[in-house]
Design a protein around this ligand. Sequence first.
Ligand SMILES: [Zn+2]
Ligand SMILES: [Zn+2]
Length: 175
Amino acid sequence: MAAATDVELGPLPKRVTGSCQCGKIAYRVEFPPDHDFKQNNGTCQCTQCRKSTSSLFFLYFKVPYAHLTWTSPSTASLKNYYCTPGMARGFCSECGTFLYWRYENGPHISLAIGTVDPLYLFGEGAENTNGEVPKEGFGRALANCCGAHEWIKNEIKGVTDGMELLQRGERIPES
Ligand SMILES: [Zn+2]
Ligand SMILES: [Zn+2]
């Protein structure tokens, strides 16, 4: 089992782009020069995140909200759903893609890893970027799982409690 300190991230991105399934909502993140890619990467297994993502865990990368730009011509289809007041769960009302979780009074946004464009996630098309994106993309830096794992008290025996990625970093029973 890899301790968080042993995990190799490979090259670190200066920026990434992402979008929802239908493309009506698109974003760009410019990472701060001192961005901690390990600390700002984690998962949540709370029931709200499971329902939002339709998956056993929400894998996110967290960035300062001020470093995110919506690049689509309009964000009209971007809606927030609130399970808890002030805690926004953003999704595209056109295609249903879950995009982020955000405490609205806080400085960060936790973006859903699956919304990152293939170029940045695994390097699809990287041969055309003159080296800006490595052949394998930045998936290891973006989805390293070395930060916090929240709501591990909801782990599923024999399934999520046995995943090596979810053993890295800090394990938080509930939050
Ligand atoms: Zn959409
Ligand atoms: Zn959660």
